[in-house]
Design a protein around this ligand. Structure first.
Ligand code: SF4
Length: 65
């Protein structure tokens, strides 16, 4: 299992800027729940799922099996 950044540097840059603007909360969502603080609960659950492979919701990270 490995978690890495998206191979597209442009996407990484845009999402990181969004995270900065949102004070660490997911830029692809609204609100300020603890569950959407990066890394959000959804992606942490996906990391914990041995069958999941793919990008996080914002496509900042990619989880390899
Ligand atoms: S892990 Fe991805 S989807 Fe989750 S908050 Fe961070 S950038 Fe958004």
């Amino acid at each position: 299992m490995k978690v890495r950044y998206n191979e597209n540097a442009e996407i990484v840059k845009t999402v990181k800027e969004g995270l900065k603007r949102r004070g660490g909360y997911c830029p692809c969502r609204t609100g300020t729940s603890e569950d959407i603080k990066c890394m959000c609960k959804e992606f942490r659950d996906q990391i914990a799922d041995p069958n999941f492979e793919g990008y996080c919701h914002c496509m900042l990270y990619y989880k390899e099996k």
